[in-house]
Design a protein around this ligand. Sequence first.
Ligand code: ADP
Length: 489
Amino acid sequence: MNPRVLIVDDDTALLEALPEALRLRMNGIEIDTAETALDALDRIREIDYDAVVSDIKLPGMDGLALLTEIKDVRPGMPTLLITGHGEHDLAVQALRGGAYDFVQKPIDRDYFVRSLERAIQMRRLDRQIGEQRVELERHARVLHHVDRGVFLVDDAGVIRFWNPAAKAIIGFDADSVLGHRAEEVLPGWEAIGPEVPVTTEPGPGSIAPKTLPLEIEDQELWLSISGVEFEDGVVYAFRNLTEERALDELKSDFIATVSHELRTPLAAIYGCAQTLRRRDIELAGDDEQELLEVISQESERLTRIVGDILLANQIEAGRLKFKQREVDLAVIAQEAIDAIRAALAARDDIDFELAAPESMVVYGDGDKLRQVLLNLLDNAVKYSPAGGRIEVFLEPHGTGVRMNVRDEGIGIPDGELKRIFGKFYRVDPQQIRGVGGTGLGLYICRELVRRMDGRLSVTSAEGKGSTFVVDLPLRQIRPPEQAVVSQSA
Ligand code: ADP
């Protein structure tokens, strides 16, 4: 595009001579003229000139005032002012006011042309920079909206870009990382930085990201991360794999525990069956009964484990049906205690106690409530290696009912209290304390209670015991007249 300038002068002779001189010396230049500042301003508002040349002395609004207006309307437009001979003060004022240059009369045409050429050149560069900035801003905006964390580390190791997804995943504000060395602000970066796969050719499948940990506030944050190198540094893109990884770990823990859990009763059943089959040893009547008892108990244990796994799956898939009807919690509690007592006859070091009103009728799924209670009682026994008392007490609480299961067992460390309700979570997965389990019991309990609009919580003191609390809302309880109707039906 040809450069286009505006010349403003009330001296019509000059207004004719100057463009002619410029056209001769500057190839392709387009020149508009204006006799007054106001006329000039109208044109400037309309056309983005490469430069303006104005006499400083104009009738009405003078060149300096015009300069101020131009700064306002088109801040980047270079303005050259023509001053009278010896008007140094005015020239200085013009420069202070932001004029690009001044030319004294009589005009030195070579100087004038050179200055104007420079002004036009500067204006072009300015525009290019502006366009590039807009482009860069657009790129930055795009990166602001990708769901991957993106950050840029320059050749000096300093973070120069940090998108909102990076903030959301890692938790650090852009302000706290920008301008800092990655090693200083990203804990663990010193170790993992060199491990991150970096390519110079981005594109699908060009490089496989690696899963690496950052240590943020004592917690490992697993990132699937890769980088792309360019002239000024490396752009890293990542996503958060912490949950997937935790799930993977959980799965392998689960497989280990479940295989162990299944193998133990299977081994016992196999051993007993083999012994019963042997013809070479004479078993006393009691021995035989005992072996059959072990087979029966261990089969029950197997059934329970498999049942828990299936139930957890059903819960997860949302396929569990609840049969809501009127049930007496006091009766359920007594039945559960009796069942546990019978199943764990060997644990005669434990006293069970039930404190409940004669009846406490709620509207819910009796089987599910029994299952919750059995699980909690089973745990209470399992985690009370030294015996003690296990209490179940039922009470009205707030607008609902509360069922407490208290033991005097090993208790639960504070840091574990929240996690024990997680699927497959066991405080002691290696079973150092020798207590088996799948880590599904409390998960199932909490989910069942939740689906009955209730809440399962725990308080515990390590070494002293734990109390598991089931709160059920009153709306579980049916109004008496409805209860009568359902009884007579
Ligand atoms: P499991 O008993 O099969 O391991 P649960 O989901 O029932 O799985 O319990 C999760 C963890 O919570 C257990 O591994 C145990 O460490 C802890 N826990 C549960 N109940 C008690 C309790 N009454 N006393 C102490 N610890 C308990």
